[in-house]
Design a protein around this ligand. Sequence first.
Ligand code: HEM
Ligand code: HEM
Length: 468
Amino acid sequence: MPETEPKDAPAKPVRAPTDQLGLVKFHIVAAIVWLGIGMLGGTLMGYRLTSPEAAEFLGDSAALSFGRIRMFHTHSVIFGWLTNGFFAFAYYAIPRLVGRDLFLPKLAKIFAPLTQVALVLGGGAILMGHAQAVEHTEAPWWADAAFAVCFVATLVSCVGTILLSGVRNLYVSAWYLILGFIFTALNFVMANSIVAFVAPGAAGAALSGLWIHNAVGLWVTPMGAAIIYYLLPVVLKKPIASHKLSLLGFWTLAFFYPLGGSHHYFYSPVPWWLQMLAVPLTFTLIFVVYSVVYNFFATMRGKWSQLASDIPLRFLAFGLFNYIVTCTQGPFHALLSVQQVVHFTDWVVAHAHLALFGVFSWWLYAFIYWIWPRITGRGYNRKLAEAHFWVTLIAFWVLYYIPDTIAGLMQGFFWLTTLPLQDSLEAAMPFWMTRAISGVFLMLSMVFLVWNLFFVKNGKVGLEVSNG
Ligand code: HEM
Ligand code: HEM
């Protein structure tokens, strides 16, 4: 929490709660393992697309076919990496936000490894071909049921801690955490029951869009916002600029976000009025985005020089820059005229990576660098952390995001002509090649991270920071 509170700041926690550092560490380690596996999947998949010969290099094993690796990739990064990372953050931040020990810590400790079992079952089933046709939650129903139980157990511990604390004037991070957990439990169950088994045809597609949209907007986004609103004041040692604005952003997200899900199904059999309605509703999200952006810039006033030396702050700031780009791009590509060009192309893949990797993964990196010295009592090495940061930044932007965006635009314009599909594929090949190379560099950056966290003995950085 900030050292000097603004006038309308939330009530201070009554006492410092007991940290559950073992739990936090477990989820961070699990998250990093899943990110490594997910990146390997992404790189293999990316490489397969670079030429007809490359497409053959894994032989004709069905388990390693493009489709299965793709589902495994998104399963690993969305549930394994981001979700474990968010659990780690929630277990650390929630007790401190409300000044109460974690509710049912034993439950949390039992379900932490069980969550990994559920994820391994789901990932294994996908590779073995037992997938269900709901995008971004393709694991079969029994693996999803196991994951849902683990998720709800985590929810009970985390949201239970907040509710039982009796703190009424909650800090904005706590609001985001409550929203993220509750909406996602409902959303996940809705996707894996109604979408998977009940809703037919276009209705199923519309609800599927709602699931994807809410998974990114009401799980990943609120968790990310909770991280940035928690870490920024702590790292800068000053309060956020506007608590009121942060709450306005929160309520706008809660009200408007769920309504725009059909923007994932433009030009599909989903009713036309629903597609049209999605355009203005999508634009309202600008308020959500710019409340975070304004607060970040206003809070950073006078502190920009800290970026040079502070690794967590740098990941937060560059993640925010990516947030501005991807969320400005979002309403723009929800315009029907723009959709005619970019829909179904690599433009969308680039947008998805800029958001999920460039924003939320970087905010998680910030949290990991910040918390790790507190968990282990050991600092990290600056040169390795700098190498991680710069390789991630350059490999992602120069070799992945920009080429993929260009490939997407080219595909879109090719498809508007009468040229054969083959021409658009050939045109995209060089860009897909740089994307595959970026995968190799991004995995190298992971080596720097892992080396720094687990094998550096005498690191000094990170130990001097104040207690959050
Ligand atoms: C080494 C790094 C990575 C590489 C090389 C990579 C590569 C890829 C490739 C080739 C695809 C399939 C694109 C297609 O179907 O045309 C894909 C899809 C996807 N990846 Fe990654 N990826 C990486 C890391 C990540 C990370 C860290 C995340 C999230 C945190 C992520 C999230 C996604 C998502 C959500 C999709 C589906 C996108 C869509 O349907 O539009 N990826 N990735
Ligand atoms: C105001 C901000 C944003 C707006 C208006 C927006 C809008 C959109 C739209 C219209 C699409 C569909 C594009 C198409 O299929 O042609 C899309 C796709 C996508 N967006 Fe965003 N977006 C925003 C921010 C984000 C954020 C913050 C995330 C991640 C947390 C995200 C993740 C994704 C993903 C993963 C897809 C691909 C979904 C799929 O595989 O079908 N977006 N976005």
